[in-house]
Design a protein around this ligand. Sequence first.
Ligand code: ATP
Ligand code: MG
Length: 250
Amino acid sequence: MTNKARIIAIGTEKGGVGKTTTTINLAAGLALQNRRVLIIDTDTQGHVATSLGITPEYGLYDYMVEQVPLADVLIEARENVYLIAGGESIARLAIRMSLSQIAPEQQLTTAMSPLLNRFHYILLDTGPGRNVVAINVAFFAREILCPVTPEALAVDGMKSYLKWIATFQRQSGVELKYILPTDVDARLKQTDEIAGQLRTAFQRKMCAPIRTNVRLSEAAAHHQTIFEYAPNSRGAEDYAKLVERVIDDE
Ligand SMILES: Nc1ncnc2c1ncn2[C@@H]1O[C@H](COP(=O)(O)OP(=O)(O)OP(=O)(O)O)[C@@H](O)[C@H]1O
Ligand SMILES: [Mg+2]
């Protein structure tokens, strides 16, 4: 593989809007299209590993701070899907990053440089907050995918995240690439209104929505991706469309 990986952060300020669900199922869908994908979980909740049924021995903290070799940190979660796990130790990673004397915002970029040629995609799942880990994510990622549920608070969370990213956009070079409406119930009037507002504001960046589908949460509870758990569900159909959209931009 000669080309460098596309590095996409799945981020927004609001919690519970489908960041982890999107990270996992986008990764799984890309892998089904023969892309080699690395997920880096930068959230203290460590939900990527849990949702994929993995109990990681090591994670991002161990690689970046304890110098555990990459071979021990990189987990083959599925065919073509690799994981560097998050979890509670991400809080300790944040402290170490902020104490760094040299370029604290570039720690993740430096640490991940040996991996860029080994994957087609690197997807970063993110947690809440604007701490040094989130800044490192924004400096390492080249593209941002922002999931948003059709509620005023989620739109606010998205706007304030994007405003924050914009304050160091020139230094980081990261770009908002995709707005992804998630958990969308088209029967609700407010869904229509908010979807309309988002389309006007973001135009080509808007992706086809991920509809509300209980199979998506069941899949995570069964430690499976949507393509494993319910390949004929609406959730699988919608995430497959997102995969197509992302691949179209290669
Ligand atoms: N399209 C959907 N339809 C139904 N349920 C969904 C959908 N997307 C996500 N969910 C469920 O909503 C909950 C929150 O999703 P998820 O964990 O992906 O969000 P998150 O943004 O990563 O949350 P956090 O901020 O806690 O990290 C989960 O239980 C998930 O299974
Ligand atoms: Mg999450």
